[in-house]
Design a protein around this ligand. Sequence first.
Ligand code: ADP
Ligand code: MG
Length: 568
Amino acid sequence: MKKLQQLLKNIDGKSYKAYKSIQGSYSFQHFQLAIDYVQGDPFAAPSKIRVVIPHSIRPIKEEWKQLKERNIYTADHIARTVADAIQKETSFAKGSGKSGLIHIDKPGQEILERTAVQLNNKATVICLSIGLPANGRRINGKEAEKLFFTMIPSILKNSIFSVSDDELEKSVQLADQHIAIREEMKKQDWIAFVADGAILPRKSGVSNQLLPKAVPFESPKENRVTIDIPHRNQPLTGMAIKKGISLIVGGGYHGKSTLLQALERGVYHHIQGDGREYVLTDPNAVKIRAEDGRQVTSVNISAFINDLPHGQDTKKFSTENASGSTSQATNVVEAIEASASTLLIDEDTSATNFMIRDARMQALVAPDKEPITPFIDKIKQLRDHLNISTILVMGGSGDYFDVANEVIMMDQYKPFNVTEKAQQIVKNQPVTREKITGELQHTMNQRIFLANSLQLQKGKKKKVQAKGLDLILMGNHSIQLQDVEQLIDSSQTRAIAEILRYLDDKSVLKQAKPLTEILDDIETVIDQEGLQAFAPFPKQHPGDLARPRRFEIAACLNRIRTAKIKQK
Ligand code: ADP
Ligand code: MG
């Protein structure tokens, strides 16, 4: 501690580079401070430090961290308290560049596995980014001293040292409840559960906060189920959606898309008070949408699209610029390849010609003139041959009534089960569609990434960089992820960028490998070594990463314009 103070005095007023001399580890009264990385100048990416608080000083109960989920929720809670304390502390920071900045990778509404706070056997490790203070390009040692000796201790005092055991206990209890709901869903073959009282709409298109004064969710009695969950006197009631094909219908503006969006997010878990804390979806559910203009590399979309003009091969379809329907077909088969078990589709973000083609149009345009077999003619095969469920928002076409197991109608933000009515309509107004034959399995996608196929920038510095939530820069190439809707946290994007670097750097892709194996391997590494396995400096500051799902990792690999991929 003396040593750091002395060092800061020595370098005060010197050129910024001299900050490098403070890299190292220092003992404070209540914690250990590790300065892992020092920025090169005040405007560069901030410095990385770790604060290590032994459990002997701030006890973290064994039962809060033994189980993986509980560990994640406890760490998540601590990260939130640190973020709040930082906000209070740093409102008055000043100086050049990033001077005085203190930052933790603050979680959003979702509780994700992340590296910002880690609970190991002996200690709680809090990872911070800081801007070492400067005047112009000269070191401001006094401010730096204040940052390390006043501000950080104060932040800790107002977060990890003041958060009560009761509060942490509540987070852990939510973990238990989520586990219990998931177990019940598995047992009962439910792909979604929406609790009564849940608040689904968000404040705005850009805010993930709940919409005040929203109509709380109220399950239709036909779908109402009861789940006993721990740490709660009353059992939870709500709507269960079974495996199979479910339609969400209803008039415009009655809350269909809002329900589907909540289901999309339900693959993740939400914090208490979010409104969606008891809205859960099959963790392998993938949102499928049209994505005009996306890159496609060697994807077998022949289940949906055949005989394109100019004889393009749809068994290994590649394009720099996919259309609405070809991009949506690609998204379906890629999701299935990555082992999705539920597809979530909204008419608002779908290509109409991919979703429907009514009997009249079939009569007019002969099948051999129409390359597209619409989703409606494949949805049953997906369910019956591949065991893949679909939840589909469709207000505009009743053709799907024939194939739906269940029809839910949204009316004034309230769901009603109208399955029987819909079946009655099918009987009274039958529609004859052309029969689709052929086995779906044979037309599914199975791709292999060739050796060293990522081809990140050659040279000593392989640049892969996440830019916010939906862009990754790879050398001169960019990977566009704005239509990958279940990528929800920029720390996930950063993690994916690190994973790309890992795949390119290590011997992982020395041989050709099926995409599914690559995804399995990555998940195994995260499960066994944690996300920090992908951090740029192993065993040091693990960065600011959050766990992406395999589907979003796949989505990124699938959109790399330079990747060398072929069908199996
Ligand atoms: P649809 O897809 O049926 O056209 P949306 O889901 O887009 O309808 O919802 C239309 C509007 O209603 C949105 O602005 C949404 O925020 C709002 N909304 C949705 N559900 C609720 C609710 N439960 N309470 C209040 N407003 C809601
Ligand atoms: Mg809508």
